[in-house]
Design a protein around this ligand. Structure first.
Ligand SMILES: Nc1nc2c(ncn2[C@@H]2O[C@H](COP(=O)(O)OP(=O)(O)OP(=O)(O)O)[C@@H](O)[C@H]2O)c(=O)[nH]1
Length: 363
């Protein structure tokens, strides 16, 4: 986990699915499975009416829709599948409308277009495709469309068709917007819960649970690659007296100041955690004891140079740090125990110092 995890932006969130939402590739495959027999059925019906163009065209669409789905199943390319499907159904619906398939009644299939388009594509594409389709229907029913395509529909059918199609498109747009908004709301809530479960509210650092998880991940890596890692266990010195003398809010300011110092002084790959009240744990991947000791000293010095402004003047504090590096096949618990013992030694030797486990020299 890089330092303290960032919050996920909305644009990234909207790519996720919420539980129960039908995935677009699966919906497209279902629609294809329904459309293919229907296309064969209407191809057969058209062949009975001695229409030489429609049957091969409808069968062609059925084949292309199938190829589109099979290609997705083989390649897993969702974007290609979605674009292919949108193109095919747009061309198919255009043909059904202008060629007056089924004595012109096939134009009614246009009502299936808006809900499908809004579900499977971005809102912007849905609006564009539906507006284009709507304009095309108005053109088809206009005097020029009459001249070019001779649609067999009565005036009352045309008026009703345009009115109902317009109504349906607006309804689909409103429902789609509300679906997208509530989905984003749910995903945001889930992301906030996840963030809260892993972070400390006061400092924004990882909490103890998340630190243990990161320790476990690093430990597994160590078991595989034997790359050493180290932990720093640190504690603000005489913190109780800060609370007692200046109040809890100044104590909280100091706790946040340590967090800021850690963020400034540590690498992106390090895990910075609030381990307890005024205790912190820093996990340093691929770091030897010597490197960890020097990092700990850098942090200690940086913090000692900072202060918190209060009504009673500047308040400064120091930290003590215990350092331990993983060794042999010891467990994480044992590593933490050694870091704790080193911290205890730093405290008992006078505070404001860094101690390693096993008689490493105090800073
Ligand atoms: N302001 C504030 N105080 C806290 C918080 N969490 C724990 N504390 C206080 O931190 C203090 C910890 O004190 P001790 O464990 O006795 O240690 P210390 O005074 O720092 O002394 P040494 O560790 O021996 O240097 C207690 O008084 C807790 O109430 C917090 O979130 N905010």
């Amino acid at each position: 986990m890089p330092q303290s995890a960032r919050k996920t932006p909305d644009t990234e969130l909207s790519q996720f699915r919420v539980k129960g939402e039908i995935p677009v590739p699966i919906l497209i495959n279902w629609l294809t499975a329904v459309a293919v027999p229907l296309l064969f059925f209407f191809a057969w019906r058209s062949s009975l009416q001695n229409d030489p163009i429609t049957p091969p065209l409808l069968i062609g669409f059925a084949v292309l829709l199938t190829v589109n789905s099979v290609t997705y199943l083989l390649s897993g390319n969702k974007t290609l599948q979605r674009r292919g499907f949108i193109t095919l159904i747009t061309v198919l619906f255009t043909y059904l409308a202008i060629h007056a398939v089924e004595d012109g009644s096939a134009i009614i299939w246009l009502f299936a277009y808006p809900p499908i388009i809004f579900y499977i594509s971005e809102s912007r594409i849905g609006v564009l495709a539906c507006s284009g389709g709507f304009a095309a229907v108005i053109f088809l029913f206009s005097p020029l469309g009459d001249l070019l395509f001779e649609p067999p529909h009565s005036t009352s059918f045309r008026i009703t068709m345009v009115a109902v199609l317009g109504f349906e498109m607006v309804t689909c747009y409103i429902l789609d917007q509300s679906r997208r908004r509530s989905k984003l709301g749910l995903l945001k809530l889930a992301a906030e819960f996840e963030y809260a479960a892993k972070h400390d509210a006061l400092t924004g650092l990882a909490n103890r649970r998340e630190a243990l998880e990161q320790l476990d991940i690093e430990y597994q890596r160590y078991l595989r690659n034997a790359r050493p890692f180290s932990v720093l266990l640190m504690d603000i010195d005489l913190f109780k007296s800060v609370n007692d003398n200046y109040g809890h809010h100044v104590g909280d300011e100091l706790i946040m100041l340590v967090a800021r110092t850690l963020r400034e002084q540590c690498r992106k790959v390090d895990t910075l955690a609030r381990w307890g009240g005024e205790e912190y744990l820093v996990l340093l991947p691929e770091t030897t004891t010597e490197e960890a000791m020097s990092s700990a000293n850098r942090i200690r010095e940086a913090f000692a140079a900072k202060s918190v402004n209060t009504e009673q003047g500047q308040v400064q504090a120091t930290i003590s740090v215990g350092v331990a590096s993983i060794r042999g096949s010891e467990s994480i618990d044992r590593l933490l125990q050694r870091a704790d013992e080193a911290l205890y030694r730093a405290k008992s030797e006078g505070r404001n110092r860094v101690c390693g486990y096993e008689n490493e020299a105090a800073a």
